[in-house]
Design a protein. Sequence first.
Length: 186
Amino acid sequence: MNDETIVKLYWDRNEAAITESSSKYGGYCTSIAYNILKNLCDAEECVNDTWLRAWNAMPPHKPEVLSVFLGKITRNLSFDMYKSAHREKRGGGNIDAVLDELEECVSGTEDIEGSFAEKELKEEINRYLLSIPENKRYMFILRYWYAKDVYDIARQMETTENNVYASLSRIRAGLKKHLNERGFEL
């Protein structure tokens, strides 16, 4: 079933929307959640919550790209679950490392949101990512959207872990510089 039909099912309040979403995007969403949580039961719980959030969001929201919409919901739910589970035992985890690495580029989100709309920040990040080579952009997305381990990224991209670490460091530094040049105080 195509995405437009699935979205229409949500808008029509037809419960088949959940079945179709699960059938088409269940594996994709589970992969996102598992990369963050490293626990299949928790990942499945987040994916089930994704369908509920999608049900509650449509209408009024009509996603342009259903996979991205569902992936974002899953990712946010997974990060929320991770933060809740690790609130008092911070440190050592891959997600903590991912968040700490990005913090150097986009920390102080309350100040940013006070000065600029969140949409402007997203647009600038996307503009920067589109300006870098495709393989570097892919590496960045694997790490910071899908929360993949550096080891897995290196294997997938047929390079060394050191190369991935160095590339990600340069990308983050470039992103920070790009955002600073455009008036985002970090």
